[in-house]
Design a protein around this ligand. Structure first.
Ligand code: ADP
Ligand code: MG
Length: 255
C-alpha cells in the first residue's frame, strides 16, 4: 500500500543538556518518500536529533512540525501514532521471545511509550492476536526472515536481528521510519540485505531517515544527505555533492 509520504519540518531546533548544546539550531525538511541520510562524527548530535524526532526528548528550543501539526511536545507513542517510528542504535529485541513475537510487539507502539514483554500477557493483546500474527508474518516476508518466525530472537545473527527491529518498526505503519545505525555490527552479506530492505521500504512509499556510519550504504541509498558536526548542520545535498564537500571531508569523510 502506498502512502502519501512524510512531511516533516524541523525548525531551528536546539537540544541542551545542562547547558551543553548537543544539537544547535538545526533546520531540516523531509517530504515525499525519500531516503535522507544523517551523518557526522561521533558526538555530532545524530542520535539526539533522532531522539527529538521520535519524542524521547523535547527540544529545548525550536519546533517540530509533522503533516502541518506541531508535534514538538509529543511523547514517543504519540509520534508513533502520528506516523514517525524509529529503531535504536542498540538493539532492543527480547532475546527470549520468538522473532514473530518480537514483531507482534510492534503493534503496541501506537499507545505505549516503549516495548515490554509483559504486553504479551496484557488482556486485550490476544484479542487481536490473529490479525497481529498475520501482519507480522507478512512483515517478516518483507524483510526476508519468514523462515525464522519461530526461532528465538537470540539465535539470529546481528544483522538478522536488525531486520527484525525494522519489521517491528514497520508494524506501526509509519510514514517516516528512522533507522539509527541499522548496519552496526552487521556482516558484509547482511549489509546487502539491509540495503535491499531500505530500498523496499522506500518503494512502499515510506520516507526514511538513516543514521549510518557505513558510507557505502549511505552513498548508495540516500537521495539527500544532511551532515552534522558539533551539533550544527554543515552541509546538505545529494551523495555526489556531499562526497566532494571540503568541510564534510575535513570533519568526517577524511582524506
Ligand atoms: P551522535 O549520535 O552523533 O554520536 P549524540 O547525539 O549521541 O551524538 O551526542 C551528541 C552530544 O550530546 C555528545 O557530546 C553527547 O555526549 C551529548 N549527549 C547526548 N545525550 C546526552 C544526554 N542524555 N545527557 C548529556 N549529554 C548528552
Ligand atoms: Mg548515535
Amino acid at each position: 500500500d502506498n502512502k502519501a509520504g512524510a512531511a516533516l519540518t524541523v525548525d531551528s531546533v536546539v537540544m541542551e543538556f545542562d547547558g551543553f548544546r548537543a544539537v544547535d539550531d538545526i533546520n531540516l525538511s523531509i517530504s515525499g518518500s525519500e531516503v535522507r541520510g544523517l551523518i557526522g562524527p561521533n558526538g555530532s548530535g545524530k542520535s539526539t536529533t533522532v531522539n527529538m524526532l521520535s519524542g524521547v526528548y523535547v527540544p529545548t528550543q525550536g519546533k517540530l512540525r509533522w503533516k502541518g501539526v506541531d508535534v514538538t511536545n509529543y511523547p514517543p507513542h504519540r509520534m508513533a501514532a502520528a506516523g514517525i517510528t524509529r529503531t535504536f542504535q542498540n538493539l532492543q529485541l527480547f532475546h527470549e521471545l520468538t522473532v514473530l513475537e518480537n514483531v507482534m510487539l510492534g503493534f503496541h507502539m501506537h499507545y505505549r511509550t516503549g516495548f515490554t514483554a509483559n504486553l504479551l500477557h496484557t488482556p486485550g493483546f490476544w484479542r487481536e492476536e490473529k490479525r497481529y500474527r498475520d501482519e507480522s508474518i507478512r512483515l517478516l516476508h518483507f524483510v526476508g526472515l519468514a523462515d525464522k518466525a519461530d526461532e528465538q530472537a537470540a539465535n539470529l545473527s546481528y544483522g538478522q536481528q536488525r531486520l527484525v527491529e525494522i519489521a517491528r518498526a514497520l508494524a506501526t505503519r509509519p510514514d517516516l521510519l528512522i533507522l539509527d545505525e541499522p548496519a552496526a555490527g552487521a556482516s558484509m552479506f547482511e549489509v546487502d540485505n539491509i540495503v535491499r530492505v531500505i530500498r523496499k521500504v522506500k518503494q512502499s512509499g515510506i520516507s526514511i531517515l538513516l543514521v549510518e556510519h557505513h558510507m557505502e550504504i549511505v552513498m548508495n541509498v540516500c537521495d539527500t544527505i544532511t551532515v552534522l558536526d558539533f551539533g550544527k548542520k554543515i552541509a546538505e545535498g545529494d551523495p555526489a555533492y556531499i562526497q566532494s564537500h571540503p568541510q564534510v571531508i575535513e570533519a568526517y569523510l577524511g582524506g
